[in-house]
Every structure is written in structure tokens, then in C-alpha cells.
Design a protein around this ligand. Structure first.
Ligand code: NDP
Ligand code: OXD
Length: 308
């Protein structure tokens, strides 16, 4: 009943120690030291090399270190085993903090004041209260619904858009293709928290931007694949969009010569919107393994047909 840990982005030793504290009897191997591949029953992974999991003949469950599993599902050789994604309350809280921060920065014009400070300019600008500012959240799942609730608590006029109908107190929800136009037409600050699927790839495109009001602002904290980068630059440069805050990119790390780095209307962060805290996240994985060992249903399973 061995677990294989595979991630180039995380501290493998720390994860091994944290898992060992939760499940002292669980043998753990750190990729690339797989040993006898027939021993591996569980894989805990973030962007494993494509094809790797298919070489594990006894694999029973795949645990994702991330909430989003698009990179895993993009591997055509991914074994047909239960796939559990990361859902962890602190991660949700940190995403909500980040969304609130990004929305408030835009709402209160902090970028403008930062630029004025660099130029030594003292100039107050007009203000409209949050209740008169409409924020639209795309994707009302674990993360999007928490962010939408928090924005509503800050008194923003909050809209949501989701695949299926969703009721969240304080949030006006729209759904499906028909709901999208109404949602976009009123959204001044757009927050993307969709999973990346065949349906949502490149959803932040020229047409979507054109349907937003003049001066709208885009916050993408989901996946770089949601955004058509050239369309964003074009919409900002012709003055239709005011700017964007981007945490995720088609290519990560963002290449050094990418135009986003130096664009004055674009704020960049290196995929840090949500933080996965080691101990509680290891606790979630350990709980999943315990449930599997006891024959109980696994939680937070990915539906492969839907793609999230
Ligand atoms: P969930 O699976 O909980 O929620 C996804 C939501 O999106 C669901 O409500 C779903 O609708 C909706 N949805 C799916 N497809 C569509 C569609 N075609 N049209 C409209 N709505 C759709 O995911 P999470 O909230 O946990 O995470 C969302 C994404 O955030 C992750 O997939 C990941 O890519 C990203 N992420 C980014 C992080 C970062 O640090 N930047 C960290 C963690 C996650 P329905 O209710 O009908 O199923
Ligand atoms: C993600 C994560 O899915 O960090 O981006 O969990």
C-alpha cells in the first residue's frame, strides 16, 4: 500500500514528513525513486510527466495536489482510476482573500495612486460605493461561491455565472449560454474561477470582452488557458478594457519576454492566488486514503466526463 509523491513544484521531503505524521504505516516513495512500481497503490501528484501514472500496474487512487486537474486530464494515458482533487478550507479562504484584494484594488483605484506616488502627484479621484459596483464571478463552485459571498459581504453588487443554476444569498446568479450575455453586460469587474475544460478554454476572448461594459476589468485566477492573451491586449490597448490582474498563464513561469510583464494596465502574480497549506492538505489526502482503505466512498472526486 505504497504512495508515490510526484511534484517538481512542492517540497517532497516536507510532504513525506507531513503524510508520515498522519499515516505512520504508509510507505512513501518520492519520484523519481519509484522502486518496484507494482507496490504503488496511491499517487499524489502535481503535473506528473505524461505517461508516468500509466506505468504503475497496481495504482488504485490518484490524488491531485491541486484543485484544478486540467493538466492531469490532458494526459491521454492517465489510468482510469478514481481521481481526487484538492479541496481544503484554507485554500478556499486564501483564494477569497486574493479575489477580494484584486477587486478592491481596482475598485479603489490603487494602481492609479501607485503611479501618482511614483510621479509625486497628490490628486484624489472620484469614488463610487461598492454597492454601485457590479462584480461578476464566472464559476460558482467551491472557490467561486466563497469569493462571491465575501464580495457580497463587502457590499458589492455581485453577479454569478455557472453551468447549472446556483442559489447563493446576496448573489444574482445566471447560468448557461443564455445567462452569459446578461451576466457580461452588467459586469464591471470580471473574476474567472472556472475549471479549464473543453467548454471553457479561451472563454475570456474578444467576444466576451466586447460584451463587457466599456472600462471593465478582468481578474483571472483560474487557468491561463481560459484567456486568449492577444485578445486581452487588444481590448486593453483600444481602451475597451481598463486592465487585468492575472495570476495564471498559458505558459508558467511567464516567459521573460512576454508583453504582460511590462504592460502598465496588467498586474501579474506567479500563480499564488490560493495557498495550499501543507499540514491540512496532507490531512485531506490522509483522510482520503483512510476512507479508501475502509471501503468508504471517496470525497472530491473528479468527474472525467465533465472534465472537473
Ligand atoms: P469547482 O469544481 O468546485 O467549481 C467549478 C464551477 O465551475 C462549478 O460551479 C461548475 O458548475 C462551473 N462550471 C464548470 N464548467 C462550466 C461552464 N462550461 N460554464 C459555466 N460554469 C461552469 O472548482 P473550484 O471552485 O474548486 O476551482 C475552480 C478552478 O480554480 C480550478 O479548476 C483551478 O483551475 C483554479 N484554481 C486556481 C488556483 C490559483 O492559485 N490560481 C488555486 C486553486 C484553483 P456546476 O456547479 O454546474 O458544476
Ligand atoms: C491549482 C492549485 O489548482 O494551486 O491551481 O490548487
Amino acid at each position: 500500500m505504497t504512495l508515490l509523491f510526484v511534484s517538481a513544484a512542492d517540497h517532497a521531503q516536507d510532504w513525506r514528513d507531513a503524510l508520515a505524521r498522519q499515516l505512520p504505516d504508509l510507505p512513501i516513495r518520492l519520484w523519481p525513486d519509484i522502486g518496484d512500481s507494482a507496490d504503488i497503490r496511491y499517487a499524489l501528484v502535481w503535473k506528473p510527466p505524461p505517461g508516468l501514472l500509466a506505468t504503475l500496474p497496481s495504482l488504485e487512487v490518484i490524488f491531485s495536489l491541486g484543485a484544478g486537474v486540467d493538466a492531469l486530464l490532458a494526459d491521454p494515458t492517465l489510468p482510469d482510476r478514481p481521481l481526487v482533487r484538492m479541496v481544503e478550507p484554507v485554500m478556499t479562504e486564501t483564494m477569497t482573500e486574493f479575489v477580494a484584494l484584486s477587486v478592491l484594488r481596482r475598485h479603489r483605484g490603487i494602481e492609479v495612486y501607485a503611479e501618482q506616488q511614483r510621479a509625486g502627484v497628490w490628486r484624489p479621484h472620484g469614488y463610487k460605493p461598492a454597492r454601485e459596483r457590479t462584480v461578476g464571478v464566472m464559476g460558482l463552485g467551491v472557490l467561486g461561491s466563497d469569493a462571491a459571498r465575501a464580495l457580497s459581504a463587502l457590499r458589492f453588487d455581485v453577479l454569478g455565472w455557472n453551468r447549472s443554476p446556483k442559489e447563493i444569498p446576496g448573489v444574482t446568479s445566471h447560468h448557461g449560454a443564455t445567462g452569459l450575455a446578461t451576466f457580461l453586460a452588467r459586469t464591471e469587474i470580471l473574476v474567472c474561477l472556472l475549471p479549464l475544460t473543453a467548454e471553457t478554454r479561451h472563454i475570456l476572448n474578444r467576444d466576451t470582452f466586447a460584451r463587457l461594459p466599456q472600462g471593465a476589468y478582468v481578474i483571472n485566477v483560474a487557468r491561463g488557458g481560459h484567456l486568449v492573451e492577444a485578445d486581452l491586449l487588444e481590448a486593453i490597448d483600444r481602451g475597451h478594457l481598463a486592465g487585468a490582474a492575472l495570476d495564471v498563464f498559458e505558459t508558467e513561469p511567464l516567459p521573460a519576454d512576454h508583453p504582460f510583464w511590462t504592460h502598465p494596465a496588467i498586474t501579474i502574480t506567479p500563480h499564488i492566488a490560493a495557498i495550499t497549506p501543507l499540514e491540512p492538505a496532507a490531512g485531506q489526502v490522509a483522510e482520503g486514503i483512510r476512507r479508501h482503505r475502509q471501503g468508504l466512498p471517496l470525497r472530491n472526486l473528479v468527474d472525467r466526463a465533465r472534465g472537473y
